[in-house]
Design a protein around this ligand. Structure first.
Ligand SMILES: [Zn+2]
Ligand SMILES: [Zn+2]
Length: 318
């Protein structure tokens, strides 16, 4: 099975995104790049180099529904008539870039984000929306954990690896223990467990960090020889990266617990302490990170919390 990485430009801070062409029947692309002219041009060039056109694509598979990964899904599908689009059912919160704003609003209020900051984040959602088309719920085929995607020369096993987002999926080629992991595994940065509603009960938060750690451990159990991430170069030493991630999580966990005072702080307060200079999308990501770690510390009995109106206030355990 020939996996061809194609790097596409994005207008985002993270830089280029990797999409992966499975260059055999049925011709498949894993992730698409954002909906920009630069990305589609680069994708066409990448396909052409391998002797293919967009119209040859039969399957469009999404590791998750962030704009840099799913933005072109609809355009590609329409150009490649009858191509099938796959995404995990739990990718509801982000799917088709339709960030369910009202649900997120509720999560941000609970995290103690002030109104004017929430307004700025709303602006951010609106700006992001143009980088991806929306899809109807019936325009996707669901990815199921442990199911196999068959190809001419073998198959890819779908692994549901939630954490970065609830519906994030990775794809395992068992023959040589190669994994295509989207943003679940990135070489140079520890990926974010992004604040998301729980797909099974949107009034709750998805326990992203706990799920993330389970997913990383699950990938480790396959002893991967090569992991292709959503950004940056492929990872040949997953074991080392795994330990690095866990160390980083533990350090952050200790830092977050240390920032929770006796008289209480919100996730927003903690985020400001951790990243005082974060702005724009980083503001949102820093709140995400604070919430993820506070949730985890609370679930492990290391801090307590109480509600102050709609807002959660965390406290040191006396
Ligand atoms: Zn992502
Ligand atoms: Zn990404």
């Amino acid at each position: 099975m020939r996996v061809v990485p194609i790097s596409l430009p994005t207008p985002f801070y993270i830089g280029p995104v990797n999409v992966y062409l499975i260059a055999e029947d049925p011709l498949t692309i894993i992730d698409t790049g954002p909906k920009t002219k630069e990305a589609i041009d680069a994708l066409r060039a990448g396909l052409r180099k391998e002797g293919f056109l967009v119209s040859d694509l039969r399957r469009i598979i999404l590791t998750h529904a962030h704009e840099d990964h799913c933005g072109l899904a609809r355009s590609l599908r329409d150009e490649a008539k009858n191509a099938e689009v796959f995404v995990h059912n739990w990718e509801t919160g982000h799917r088709h870039s339709r960030l369910e704003y009202e649900v997120h609003l509720n999560l941000l209020v609970r995290a103690g984000v002030p109104e004017d900051e929430i307004e700025k984040m709303r602006g951010l959602y609106d700006r992001m929306r143009k980088y991806a088309d929306s899809f109807g719920d019936d325009e996707f085929t669901a990815l199921w954990d442990e199911a196999e995607l068959e190809f001419e020369s073998g198959s890819l096993r779908i692994l549901h690896t939630p954490g970065h987002t609830p519906g994030s999926c990775s794809f395992l080629r068992e023959a040589d223990r190669t994994i295509i992991a989207g943003d679940c595994v990135l070489k140079r940065i520890t990926p974010n467990p992004v604040l998301s509603p729980d797909p099974l009960d949107p009034s709750r938060r998805f326990p992203s960090l706990a799920e993330y750690m389970v997913s990383l451990s699950r990938l480790r159990a396959f002893a991967p020889t090569l992991v292709y991430g959503g950004h940056g170069e492929p990872i040949r030493d997953y074991e080392e990266l795994f330990h690095r991630y866990f160390r980083a999580f533990q350090e952050r966990q200790a830092q977050v617990i240390g920032l929770v005072p006796k008289n209480g702080a919100t996730a927003w307060d903690v985020a400001l302490e951790m990243f005082p200079r974060a702005d724009d999308v980083h503001r949102f990501l820093s709140v995400s990170e604070a919430v993820a770690h506070l949730d985890m510390a609370y679930s492990e009995g290391k801090i307590s919390y109480e509600l102050n109106g709609p807002t959660e206030v965390y406290k040191q355990i006396a």
